[in-house]
Design a protein around this ligand. Sequence first.
Ligand code: PYC
Length: 413
Amino acid sequence: MPWRLLRFGLSSKHPEPRMFTAPTELRASYDVVIIGAGGHGLAAAYYLAREHGITNVAVLEKGYIGGGNTGRNTTIIRSNYLTPEGVKFYDASVQLWQDLSEDFDLNLFYSTRGHFTLAHTDSAVRTMRWRAEVNKHYGVDSELVGPDFVKRACPSIDISCNGHAPILGALYHAPGSIARHDAVAWGYGRGACQRGVEIHQQTAVTGIEVKGGKVVGVQTSRGHIATNKVLCAVAGSTPRVTDMVGIKTPIYIHPLQAMVSEPMKPWLDHIFVSGSLHIYISQSARGELVMGASLDPYELHSTRSTLDFTEGLSAHMLDMFPFLSNVKVNRQWSGMADMTPDFAPVMGKTPVEGFYLDSGWGTWGFKATPVCGKTMAWTVAKDSPHELITGFSLDRFRNYSLTGEKGAASVGH
Ligand code: PYC
């Protein structure tokens, strides 16, 4: 149990102090400005302060802490990727996740469930075998299992999927986990604040000043800031920020929707993903079923939800779990996903000196929060890409050396 929680329980003084200090004024200059107070931006601020001693840092957020994709995902954490770059990177993240509640002294409800990616076709079985072998090669616990294994793990699943798409096998990844998404942003934010970082909410970046190819300042809705280093960590809004410095990326924004059911008593231990049915599901600590599907198939900068999505997802969910037919949907939401052509992120330095990108997360940025914070903090502090992110640089598109991760997407996109 986190020590802070125990101390709180035994204390006669309530309530606790606020999680974050709220600075009123912007300083005239900062060593580093981070755009975006989601998990990634706050994690980078935390590691800049904790591991590199850089504390004159402002995190600017046009909305509120964790109000973007950090609060708009389905919290799945895994490292069963397809490429060596992806497996090593996400495995480092899973290692960090495991100690994060302890590090923050804040319960993140990190819960290891085991993650199944179901295969309904021969070619999907082949891809799962391929992923299992790459995973094992890099020491990640993944294996190809048969339908009996799946049925034993989850007796309520209909292995025939209503006859539409019988389950032929699955990639089983025992370390697959979920966590409380808001708490991650709070933990990194509080840790960064405690070390002197300033988080300015309701502060929109309206322009970035570049002189002679170098960043020299940032214009905000609350005034000007001088700085030589800007980290852009605004998943779903990346093109708006890269436009400010004149950088072109192949990132397009698609909505990614999700929904939760009313709470049920716990019946689903594992996380299930079906690429053919285009769905994923887990059960949260509150008993809600957390469910999602593919991206909306068009470019759109919007977080609106649609009935079409609810109907399609529900129909496929019932193929797998027919007994859910009377369960109510409590709420649904949408995030804006930064999609890249090879389904791998875009991280690191850019052609503009002092402008760093943490972007292109597609549908899987939440799980990368800790490793991204750590590697981006390193990259910004040393002005040199951390070794774990060299496969994700922007210039891979110019050099035709893509990092093809589409085969590890949760669902067909
Ligand atoms: O990458 O595991 C994942 C994921 C789940 C839902 C969307 N992406």
